[in-house]
Design a binder for this molecule. Structure first.
Ligand code: EPU
Length: 352
C-alpha cells in the first residue's frame, strides 16, 4: 500500500472541483485499513477524509488531512431469514450497479434508490433517500474499522443513529450529546435486509401516477419502479458525469405548524407536507425557486435550471468552478431564503 502525494481530486468528486490531496491512499480490504492504522497511526488520528464516490462533497481547497479512497469490492447474499434476504456489499461497490444487481438476482427493495451517485459504503453516512424510501428502511448492519485503535466493529440500524440525511458518521466525535464517528470510523461492508414479500413503494406522486396508468389488472413490478425512478431522476436531476453537482445542496426544512402558517402568509403556494409527528416539511427547492434562483450563476457556480435545490459546476477549462464560489452561491441563497421566508436552509453535503 503506497501513500501518494499531491493527488488531483477532480475525478474523485462529482462536483468536478479542482483540488489535491496532499496525502492519499487507496484501501482495497480490511487488511489494508489495518496495515495503514499500524503504519501511520498519527495520520489516522487527525480525522482523515474517507472518500467513497465523492458525490456528497464540496472541496474548498487542497485537502490537508490524509485522504483514504475506499475501494473494497464484493457483493453477495450472506443470510436469509423467514422474511428477508440479507445482501452484503463491499464499501467501494458502485451504488447504482448494486441496486441493478440485486434486482437481477430477484431481490427487490432498493429500486426507489436507483441512480443515486456514490458507493455502498457512503450510503449509510447520509442515509440516502429518494422517491419514498430511505436507506434505513432497507438497512441491516455494517462493519467498520475504528481508525484510532484498529478495532473492527459492527453497527445495527439503531446504533447508526439514522435521521433525515443524517447518521453518526456525519458528526465529529466530541460533539455534545451525539455519538460522532466522522473521520473516526471507516465503513468496510454494508448489509441490506430486502423483503421476501415485496410491495412497491409508490408514495411519491409521480410513481403513483405511473402505476395508475398501468391499471389495476397490471401489478407493478420492481423492475418497473426501477425504470420509472431512472426516468424521473434523468428528467429532474443533472448527471454528474455531464454537469458536476453534489445532488440536493440543502436539506428540506421541517417547521412547526405556526412557522408554516407564517410562511403560507408570505406565499400561499409554498409546497409543504405534513409529517407523522405533527411538524411540516417544506420543499427547499420550491423556496429557492420562489426567490428567483433557478438558472442563476455566481462566478462559475450555478443553480440547476430544472431543480433549484441542486447547485452545479458551470466552470470551463479557463475559468474552473471553485468550492469557494459554490459556497458563496450557497450563502447568497441562504440569505435570500432567510429574508423572504424567515428560514435558514441547512447545507446537506460535506464541506471540506
Ligand atoms: N420544486 C419547485 N422548484 C424547484 C424544485 C422543486 O417548485 O426548483 C418543488 C417541486 O415541484 C415539488 C417539490 O418542490 O413540488 C419537491 O421537489 P422534488 O420532488 O424534486 O423533491 P425534493 O424535495 O426537491 C428530495 C430529495 C432528493 C430526492 C427527491 C425525490 C432532499 C434534500 N432531496 O428532493 O434527493 O431525489 O426528494 O425523493 O431531501 C439528494 O439528496 O441529493 C436528492 C437528489
Amino acid at each position: 500500500m503506497v501513500v501518494e502525494k499531491h493527488v488531483p481530486l477532480q475525478a474523485y468528486n462529482s462536483f468536478g472541483i479542482q483540488a489535491s490531496a496532499l496525502q492519499w491512499v487507496r484501501v482495497r480490504s480490511v487488511d489494508d485499513v489495518l496495515t495503514l492504522q499500524r503504519e501511520h497511526p498519527g495520520w489516522l488520528r487527525s480525522a482523515p477524509l474517507v472518500l467513497g464516490g465523492g458525490s456528497n462533497l464540496v472541496l474548498t481547497g487542497d485537502v490537508q488531512q490524509l485522504v483514504i479512497k475506499v475501494d473494497i469490492a464484493g457483493r453477495a447474499l450472506v443470510a436469509e431469514t423467514p422474511t428477508h434476504w440479507v445482501v452484503q456489499a463491499g464499501a467501494g461497490e458502485n451504488w447504482h450497479d448494486l441496486v441493478a444487481w440485486t434486482l437481477a438476482q430477484g431481490w427487490a427493495g432498493l429500486e426507489n434508490l436507483a441512480l443515486i451517485p456514490g458507493t455502498a459504503g457512503a450510503s449509510p453516512v447520509q442515509n440516502i433517500g429518494a422517491y419514498g424510501v430511505e436507506l434505513q428502511d432497507r438497512f441491516h448492519s455494517l462493519d467498520a474499522v475504528d481508525l484510532h485503535t484498529g478495532r473492527v466493529f459492527s453497527l445495527d440500524a439503531a446504533q447508526c443513529g439514522f435521521g433525515y440525511r443524517d447518521s453518526v458518521f456525519k458528526h465529529a466525535p466530541g460533539q455534545a450529546g451525539v455519538l460522532g464517528l466522522a473521520g473516526r470510523a471507516l465503513i468496510t461492508q454494508v448489509r441490506f435486509a430486502l423483503p421476501k414479500r415485496w410491495v412497491p413503494e409508490l408514495g411519491y406522486l409521480e410513481l403513483a401516477r405511473r402505476a395508475e396508468l398501468l391499471g389495476p389488472q397490471h401489478p407493478v413490478t420492481a423492475r418497473q419502479v426501477f425504470d420509472w425512478v431512472c426516468d424521473i431522476r434523468r428528467a429532474k436531476l443533472p448527471d454528474p458525469a455531464v454537469l458536476g453537482n453534489a445532488g440536493s445542496f440543502f436539506k428540506n426544512p421541517t417547521v412547526t405548524p405556526e412557522q408554516c402558517a407564517d410562511i403560507i402568509g408570505r406565499d400561499p403556494k409554498v409546497v409543504h407536507y405534513p409529517l407523522a409527528d405533527g411538524r411540516i416539511k417544506l420543499a427547499a427547492g420550491w423556496l429557492i425557486d420562489a426567490c428567483g434562483w433557478k438558472g442563476k450563476t455566481i462566478g462559475q457556480a450555478g443553480v440547476y435550471d430544472k431543480q433549484a435545490l441542486v447547485l452545479v459546476n458551470r466552470g470551463t477549462a479557463d475559468q474552473p468552478c471553485t468550492g469557494g464560489q459554490v459556497m458563496t452561491l450557497a450563502k447568497a441563497i441562504q440569505t435570500s431564503v432567510y429574508e423572504r421566508f424567515g428560514l435558514l436552509l441547512e447545507i446537506e453535503p460535506v464541506v471540506v
